[in-house]
Design a protein around this ligand. Structure first.
Ligand code: UD1
Ligand code: CA
Length: 456
C-alpha cells in the first residue's frame, strides 16, 4: 500500500510583510496561517507531515506541536532546497508527496483531495495546482506547450514580457511521486533572477525526462491566495471571515451582518444563536444555543451556555452559564465563572470571581477575587476591596445574602448565609449567618438648622 506524505514550506522570513513576526505565524481569523495549512492537511489521509522550519523555527514548532514533524532549513536557499531538507524523513519512500506553502491558508482540504485524486487518475509523476488570476503579478506562471500540457513554471522575475501576460498561475501546491521528487530535486540549479533553488523547476526537469506532468486547475483563485504582504493578509482575512460566517449560518446561527462578525476559526456556536453587528468571538470560544450576542461584544476563549445574552460587553477567559444576562457595558475579566440565570448589569467589572446561580449585580460594581453564592443580590455601587497595595484577598458572600448599595467589603471577609448588609456600609469584619450588618455613621437631624443658615 502506498502512502501520502505532506511537506509544508514554512522557513521563510517573509520580508515583504515588514514585520517582526515571521510570516507564516501571522494570524488569519485568529489562527496563524501555517496552522490553517496544517489543520487542513490533517483532514486528509496523510501518513506523515513534515514542516520545513527556519526563521522562527522554535515558534512554528511550538504552534503546530504534534500536528507535524519538522526539518530545519538553516539557510533559505529556495523552495526546492526547502523540500530537500525533508529527505532524511521521506526520501526513498514509495508514495505521493503533497507540498503546500505555509502562506496559503485558504486552500481547502477538498481542493487538496481533488488534486491528489487527479494526480492518481492521470498517473502523473507531478501534478500542479493552478488557478486563473485576474492579476497574476508576483506568481509563477504556468507555461503550456502546443498540446496544452504543462511544460514549465516561470517565476515573475524570470518571465519575459510575453510570459508575464499568462494568467494561469502556480498556486504553490503540488503532488509528486515521492521517489521522482527527490531524484529531480538533486538536479535543480539556482541559475535564475533570484539565485534560488526553485521547486517549480522540478516540473520542467521531470517533463524533460519524459514523465507525465499533470495540472489541476481550481476555479477559485481566491482560495489559492499566497500571503506575501499585509494587503494580501487583509484579503485572506476577508475571505476566511466570510467562509467562517457561512459555515455558522448554514449550521443555524443568525448573523445579522457577516461582514462585521469576527469569528475565530476555532469558535463553536450553537443553533438559533443570533450575532448582531460588530461582534468579536475570539480563540477557542464556545457559545451555546439560543444566545443573543449584542453589538460590540468581544468574547475571548470563553464558554457561554444556552439562552444567554451578552450585550455590548467584554468577556475574557471565563465561563458563563445558561439564561444569564451580561451587559450592556460589563467587563468579565479572566477566570470568572457566572452561573445560570445570573445578571451582570451595566458598568460592572467582575474579575477572578465566581457567582452562583440566580445571583445579581445589576449596576456599577466591582467584584474581584470573590466567591458569591446563589440567590445573592448585590446592590448598585458595591466594591469588593480586594487589594491592600501588596496582596489580593478573598471576599465570600454566602447564599441568599443581600448587599445594600454603595457598600465596601474589605477583604478578607465573609458575609454569612442569608445576611443583609445595610446600604453604605464598610464591612471589615465577618458577618454571621442570618444577620444584619450596619457599618456607617448614624444620621443626625438638626431641625430648623437650614433656616438659620439661609438667614445669613
Ligand atoms: C512561490 C512559487 C511561485 C508561486 C507562489 C504561490 C517558487 C520559487 N515560487 O512564490 O511559483 O506562484 O509561491 O504562492 O517556489 N520557503 C522556505 N524556504 C525557502 C523559501 C521559501 O521554506 O528557502 C517557504 C516560505 O516560508 C513560504 C513558501 O516557501 O511559506 C513560499 O515562499 P515564497 O517566498 O512566499 O514564494 P513566492 O515568491 O510566493
Ligand atoms: Ca508566497
Amino acid at each position: 500500500m502506498t502512502h501520502t506524505y505532506a511537506v509544508i514550506l514554512a522557513a521563510g522570513q517573509g520580508t515583504r510583510m515588514k514585520s517582526k513576526l515571521y510570516k507564516v505565524l501571522h494570524p488569519v481569523c485568529g489562527m496563524p496561517m501555517v496552522e490553517h495549512v496544517a489543520r487542513n492537511i490533517r483532514q486528509l489521509d496523510v501518513a506523515k507531515t513534515v514542516t520545513i522550519v527556519g526563521h522562527g523555527a522554535e515558534k512554528v514548532k511550538e504552534q503546530l506541536g504534534e500536528m507535524s514533524e519538522y526539518a530545519l532549513q538553516e539557510e533559505q536557499l529556495g523552495t526546492a532546497h526547502a523540500v530537500q531538507q525533508a529527505a532524511s524523513m521521506i526520501e526513498g519512500l514509495e508514495g505521493t508527496t503533497l507540498v503546500v506553502c505555509g502562506d496559503t491558508p485558504l486552500i481547502r482540504p477538498e481542493t487538496m483531495e481533488n488534486l491528489l485524486a487527479h494526480h492518481k487518475e492521470t498517473n502523473a509523476k507531478a501534478t500542479i495546482l493552478t488557478a486563473l488570476a485576474d492579476d497574476p503579478t508576483g506568481y509563477g506562471r504556468i507555461i503550456r506547450n502546443e498540446e496544452g500540457h504543462v511544460a514549465k513554471v516561470i517565476e515573475q522575475k524570470d518571465a519575459s514580457a510575453e510570459e508575464q501576460q499568462v494568467k494561469e498561475i502556480n498556486t504553490g501546491t503540488y503532488c509528486f511521486d515521492n521517489e521522482a521528487l527527490f531524484t529531480a530535486l538533486k538536479k535543480v540549479s539556482n541559475e535564475n533572477a533570484q539565485g534560488e533553488y526553485y521547486l517549480p523547476d522540478v516540473i520542467e526537469i521531470l517533463k524533460n525526462e519524459g514523465a507525465t506532468i499533470s495540472a489541476y486547475a481550481t476555479d477559485s483563485f481566491e482560495e489559492t491566495l499566497g500571503v506575501n504582504d499585509r494587503v494580501a493578509l487583509s484579503q485572506a482575512e476577508n475571505t476566511m471571515r466570510a467562509r467562517i460566517a457561512e459555515k455558522h449560518m448554514r449550521a443555524g446561527v443568525t448573523i445579522i451582518d457577516p461582514a462585521t462578525a469576527f469569528i475565530s476559526a476555532e469558535a463553536v456556536i450553537g443553533a438559533d444563536t443570533v450575532l448582531q453587528p460588530n461582534v468579536m468571538i475570539e480563540g477557542a470560544t464556545v457559545i451555546g444555543e439560543d444566545c443573543l450576542i449584542g453589538p460590540n461584544s468581544q468574547i475571548v476563549d470563553s464558554r457561554i451556555g444556552d439562552g444567554t445574552t451578552i450585550h455590548s460587553s467584554v468577556v475574557l477567559q471565563s465561563t458563563v452559564g445558561n439564561e444569564t444576562k451580561v451587559g450592556p457595558f460589563a467587563h468579565i475579566r479572566p477566570d470568572s465563572q457566572l452561573g445560570d440565570e445570573v445578571k451582570i448589569g451595566n458598568f460592572v467589572e467582575v474579575k477572578k470571581s465566581e457567582l452562583g446561580n440566580n445571583s445579581k449585580v445589576s449596576h456599577l460594581s466591582y467584584i474581584g477575587d470573590a466567591h458569591v453564592g446563589t440567590n445573592v443580590n448585590i446592590g448598585c455601587g458595591t466594591i469588593t476591596v480586594n487589594y491592600d497595595g501588596k496582596n489580593k484577598h478573598l471576599t465570600t458572600i454566602e447564599d441568599d445574602s443581600f448587599i445594600g448599595c454603595n457598600s465596601n467589603l474589605i477583604a478578607p471577609v465573609t458575609v454569612g448565609k442569608g445576611s443583609y448588609v445595610a446600604a453604605g456600609s464598610t464591612i471589615s469584619k465577618d458577618v454571621p449567618e442570618d444577620s444584619l450588618a450596619i457599618a456607617r455613621s448614624r444620621q443626625e437631624n438638626k431641625e430648623g438648622y437650614a433656616k438659620k443658615i439661609n438667614r445669613k
